[in-house]
Design a protein around this ligand. Structure first.
Ligand SMILES: O=C(O)CC[C@@H](O)C(=O)O
Ligand SMILES: [Zn+2]
Length: 477
């Protein structure tokens, strides 16, 4: 699609839909919508629209498709791959969902919550909790991420092991199509085999097929027992052996199993206020084990005790602590969730969000470490993450004293090295953050031609004018 700069008349027409207070044009007003947290992408826009009703989204898209105006949907702007950022040097209009933030209904019998796409994830969690239920999606940015973005990227996070990712947590969607038509797919059914699953096409599509405006999300019983342990280990192999043990001994009670390296503990304790190393001893690797049960608080305690005793007997752990209160559980999780922000003060960090089959993690890590250290001697590898899902954030901090920009300039080169090893192990180059702009060209290289062709045909069927988030996920034709 060619870029059309909206004329003053067109900007006026868009403005009339949302009202002048919700059509932002000045550089200082639009600036927060144009950069992402990693600072890798900076977009341009003539206009940010903040509709307050689904009907307004519909009118915006009608006008956009008539005038061939590119639209970039944006939620909390917490995405890691710049899918939510308008293209640089183009005139994409940003459509912020932030004012569509109403919880429409909670049904504790049917175990669902129906909400606008602009609801903040933490508000959904709180609403569920207030009604004696759990909404399990949990991520570091949950205080600002919005569920439309979580759906559009099929967000994962720390509870996927037990509850699945956003795709598994969604029963129905409401979507405004590029034509402005509203698809009401807000079904609450666990069973519905009536034709193609349109919902699953929009989840993970990163706003390239339409704008998600509402969703039916699944709720779960609130666990009665909850316990967190933190164990120090000598190797990634032992972490995997411990995971196998934990899966058998804890069964469905195992709700989190996260890996952290010693370097990550050093970064968090150095830079994140209030984070302390819970152990006096130091270990090459750590795992955080989260157990939740529908029985008593003691049952979670017992399960985790049994696991740690069995693991110690087998020599799988060097040391371990069990949280003595819910506040201590939160503190351990806070340390884990601070891994990413704690890397920032250490200079540049080249990131990878990869997955491999769980049993291949040790081999992948060993090969990637060797290749990265050859390419960048002195690199500080801080690989952590959702090891139980096979998802590692294989992040690399710059060597001490290195030039940040020169280091970051090697981003693509290092990605190519690490991703080649991921692919050799039949893994994925984007486990939970999506493709956006960052991995678009790489996707085009790694997916078979037939898959890319099918994706292009789907895109064309939904959005023949190419106005929906162009240049994201797929190359523009
Ligand atoms: O910054 C990262 O690489 C990962 C962020 C996030 O997905 C996490 O698991 O902490
Ligand atoms: Zn993650």
């Amino acid at each position: 699609m060619t870029t059309i700069i909206p004329s003053p008349e067109l900007i006026t027409s868009f403005t009339e839909i949302v009202g002048p207070g919700n059509a932002l044009t000045g550089p200082s007003e639009t600036a927060p919508y144009l950069v992402e947290s990693r600072g890798l992408y900076r977009g341009t826009t003539p206009l940010v629209l903040r509709p307050g009703a689904v009907a307004e989204v519909s009118r915006i898209l009608q006008l956009a498709s008539r005038t061939r105006t590119a639209i970039v949907p944006q939620g909390g702007n917490t995405g890691h791959v710049a899918g939510q950022i308008p293209r640089e040097g183009k005139a994409d209009v940003v459509l912020s969902l932030e004012r569509l933030n109403r919880i429409r209904d909670i049904d504790p019998v049917g175990n669902v919550i129906v909400a606008d796409a602009g609801c903040i994830l933490a508000d959904i969690q709180k609403a569920a909790d207030d009604n004696g239920r759990l909404f399990p999606l949990s991520l570091g940015s949950e205080g600002s991420a919005r569920i439309g973005g979580n759906l559009s990227t099929n967000a994962g996070g720390t509870a996927v092991l037990a509850y699945g990712n956003m795709r598994q947590l969604c029963l129905g969607l409401e979507v405004v199509l590029p034509t402005g038509e509203i698809w009401d797919g807000l079904r609450r059914l666990k069973k519905d085999n009536t034709g193609y699953d349109l919902r699953d096409l929009f989840i993970g599509a990163e706003g390239t097929l339409g704008v998600i405006t509402g969703a039916v999300l699944k709720l779960f019983p609130k666990p009665l027992g909850h316990q967190v342990a933190f164990a120090g280990l000598k190797s990634v192999e032992d972490a995997l052996a411990l995971f196998e043990r934990a899966s058998s001994l804890c069964g469905p009670a195992l709700t989190g199993f996260e890996l952290m390296p010693r370097l990550g503990i050093e970064f968090t304790t150095r830079h994140i206020p209030g984070v302390h190393d819970p152990m006096e001893t130091s270990h090459p690797w750590y795992v955080l084990i989260d157990v939740s049960t529908s029985e008593s608080a003691e049952s979670a305690e017992r399960i985790i005790q049994n696991l740690l005793e069995a693991a110690a007997d087998d020599g799988l752990i060097e040391n371990a602590v069990i949280a003595t209160s819910e506040a201590k559980c939160k503190a351990l999780w806070h340390m884990r969730e601070s891994m990413s922000p704690a890397q920032k003060p250490e200079g540049g960090s080249i990131k990878h969000d990869v997955s491999v089959p769980v049993s291949s993690i040790p081999a992948f890590m060993a090969e990637a470490d060797a290749a990265v250290m050859t390419a960048i001697p002195g690199a500080r590898i801080c690989a952590f993450g959702h090891v139980g899902d096979g998802n590692i954030h294989y992040n690399i901090s710059q060597p001490v004293g290195a030039d940040k920009q020169a280091f970051l300039g090697r981003w693509r080169e290092i990605n190519a090295i690490v991703h080649a090893i991921v692919l050799k192990h039949n893994g994925s180059i984007s486990a939970e953050h999506g493709i956006g702009q960052l991995k678009r060209d790489e996707l085009a290289k790694i997916r078979p031609a037939i898959e890319l062709e099918l994706m292009q045909r789907i895109k064309h069927a939904f959005d023949p004018a190419g106005i929906m988030n162009p240049g994201k996920v797929l190359r523009e034709d």
